[in-house]
Ligand binder design. Structure first.
Ligand SMILES: Nc1ncnc2c1ncn2[C@@H]1O[C@H](COP(=O)(O)OP(=O)(O)OP(=O)(O)O)[C@@H](O)[C@H]1O
Length: 605
């Protein structure tokens, strides 16, 4: 019971929130409602016109209730008309009715689409903006497939509900109200019978609505799973084939797709059953009405009777349409719920106000501890070291020792709670996020290239950069040589994530991008993938050129980077176990010299 009332409140909250988006769209919304009002009124008047025609067969129409009859009486009551003139007037009513209907239809349809599409666009932008701001944890905990589904499938559901379905709701809803008002006007006692059916209809529709909403949520989840399997198969197509996992992936996909099919069938069942049930209820009421009307219309004309039964009969169609779109509306609302949940989720903490135009680049880690939210223990412990402005520090250690975690904390993709990281002696949490990241350039193991030209990839993050700077950066990154060999040079398209380039070429473009950014702090997470000697030498020279005069933190795998750095930090399982210059650590004969010997012999062989 309490659960239900909570759900109800949240349903209303969803409606209210959607409507609160109207804002500047109020005028087009009102125009569309006026349009649909005209459209529905003209539809109601068609029933009235039928009664008017029947009454005019025996002479001047004499109905006291018919709307067109009364207008006719008001306009022509005092005029002597021939039968021919009267017939012409009765027939001519069709033209203004069609005009009102047409104008109303256009105004209603166009302006309601205008409103709905704008609301959907805003919502889609809110979702996308949120993706740019959610913390790294969100990406850890949700798959790419599920996130893509939000922007595509979920907003698609809202679009259908907010455009096609809402049009039917407003248009046919107003039509139903108009018809009810009209039959009440003709005979209110008889019309009360219709109202007796209303609570039964309401209860039934409410029950079906809840089921539809629940199933719709399951369908959304299942579309997320389908997209997830698909994106994994697409990005890992080589692994799938090389490891012979085609059958397993096919099975995973079949499960996800079949679950979706089952839930969609359930949804179809409920939406298909609701319309006939509603129609049976309505037509039962209709039968009672006709039966009673035959005895109760003794005061009205034959035209009134026909108009009444005609209008009552007309109710069936819009009510059927309303029940038919009900499932789409529920799907839209279920999607809205989930999108709003996402829109309301936390963003990266960004409370710092400090925004210096330039920093020297001194970095200090001070007694830093950190545990990931989903991990149970600290993955780095009591980390303290300083990198003076302009120095290079290499961090080495076995896989999983916490090297990347330190970089993730420095760039504030995750926030620490114990200890400090300082940039120019100011805690990095006091910097605004945008400002902090402006001072850092990073070349990652998996630097992402965008599906654009090499030129634009190098200029990424540095809007308005001069062409000369791009050329210089490409030279410094030792990328100019291979770029010159390409037919379209810097304008060559690199494909999705640079798929048309080799690993070494991609890295050099990423280095050029860091050069153009010209930040005082540089982070290199060196690729472990073995490059051929020539590429390695190119990248080595590129790195050295870029590192000059910058504070550099290198997660190092290459011997030369390690040997030349001012200090080497050796990590093991989250702790710093050794630190010092290369020759000092070699002389210590500890873990570093073991690691070094191992790498040295590997690279020699
Ligand atoms: N997003 C995350 N959520 C939870 N745990 C994580 C996350 N990223 C890393 N870890 C864990 O933190 C520890 C340190 O990982 P980290 O990536 O910092 O190591 P690394 O030294 O950079 O390793 P590699 O050289 O293989 O990149 C590992 O035990 C890892 O499982």
């Amino acid at each position: 019971m309490s659960n239900n009332s909570v759900k109800k409140a949240s349903d209303w909250a969803t409606y209210r929130r959607l409507l609160s988006n109207l804002g500047a769209l109020k005028t087009p919304f009102i125009v569309s409602i006026v349009g649909y009002f005209l459209y529905s009124s003209s539809q109601v008047l068609v029933a009235d016109w039928t009664g008017f025609i029947i009454d005019s067969l025996g002479g001047a129409p004499a109905s006291q209730k018919g709307l067109i009859s009364q207008l006719y009486e008001w306009l022509f009551g005092a005029v002597e008309l021939t039968t021919g003139q009267r017939h012409m007037i009765v027939a001519a009513v069709a033209v203004p009715l069609a005009c009102i209907r047409g104008v109303g239809f256009f105004l209603g349809n166009y302006w309601l689409s205008f409103v709905s599409l704008n609301i959907v666009h805003r919502m889609r932008m809110q979702v996308y903006n949120k993706m740019l701001r959610v913390p790294a944890y969100y990406y850890d905990e949700h798959s790419t497939g599920q996130m893509i589904t939000k922007v595509t499938y979920h907003t698609g559901q809202v679009t259908t509900a907010a455009t096609d379905s809402i049009k039917v709701v407003v248009r046919e809803g107003l039509f139903v109200i108009g018809l009810l008002a009209y039959i009440f006007h003709l005979n209110w006692r008889l019309s009360l019978i219709f109202l007796c059916v209303a609570p039964v209809l309401g209860l039934f529709i409410n029950y079906v609505g809840k089921r539809l909403r629940k199933i719709s949520r399951k369908i959304q989840g299942s579309v997320g799973n389908i997209t997830e399997v698909c994106t994994e198969t697409i990005s890992g197509y080589k692994e799938v084939r090389l490891y012979g996992e085609k059958a397993v992936e096919e099975e995973r996909f079949r499960d996800a797709s079949w679950y979706n099919t089952k839930q969609s069938l359930k949804l179809s069942f409920f939406s298909a059953i609701s319309s006939p049930v509603v129609q049976i209820l309505l037509w039962s009421a209709m039968a009672v009405i006709v039966w009673l009307a035959l005895g109760m219309f003794e005061t009205g004309t034959a035209g009134d009777f026909v108009a009444y039964v005609g209008a009552a009969g007309m109710l069936a169609k819009p009510i059927r349409q309303l029940t038919e779109v009900y499932s789409q509306i529920q799907r839209g609302l279920a999607a809205c719920d989930e999108l709003y949940e996402f829109i309301d989720s936390d963003v990266e903490v960004d409370t710092g106000q400090f925004s210096p135009a330039k920093v020297e680049g001194k970095i200090e880690f001070r007694n830093l501890y950190f545990a990931y939210r989903n991990g149970d223990k600290d993955v780095v412990r009591d980390i303290s070291f300083t990198v003076e402005a302009g120095q290079t520090v290499a961090i080495v250690g076995l896989s999983g020792s916490g090297k990347s975690t330190l970089i993730n904390l420095l760039t504030r993709f995750y926030d620490y709670e114990r200890g400090q990281i300082l940039l120019d002696d100011v805690d990095i949490r006091e910097y605004s996020l945008v400002n902090l990241r402006q001072h850092i350039a990073m070349v990652n193991q998996h630097s992402v290239l965008f599906n654009d030209s090499i030129y634009n990839n190098i200029a990424y993050g540095s809007p308005g950069v001069e062409a000369d700077d791009i050329h210089r950066a490409a030279e410094m990154a030792h990328a100019d040589e291979f770029i010159a060999r390409l037919d379209r040079g810097l304008q060559t398209e690199v494909g999705e994530d640079g798929s048309l380039l080799s690993g070494g070429q991609k890295q050099r473009i990423a280095i050029a991008r860091a050069v153009v950014k010209d930040a005082p702090v540089l982070i290199f997470d060196e690729a472990t993938a073995s490059l051929d000697n020539k590429s390695e030498a190119h990248i080595q020279q590129a790195m050295e050129a870029v590192m000059a005069n910058r504070t550099t933190l290198v997660i190092a795998h290459r011997l030369s980077t390690i040997e030349n750095s001012d200090c080497i930090i050796v990590m093991e399982e989250g702790d710093i176990i050794e630190r010092g210059a290369h020759h000092e650590l070699m002389a210590n004969n500890g873990r570093y010299s073991q690691l070094y010997d191992r790498r040295f012999s590997e690279s020699e062989s």
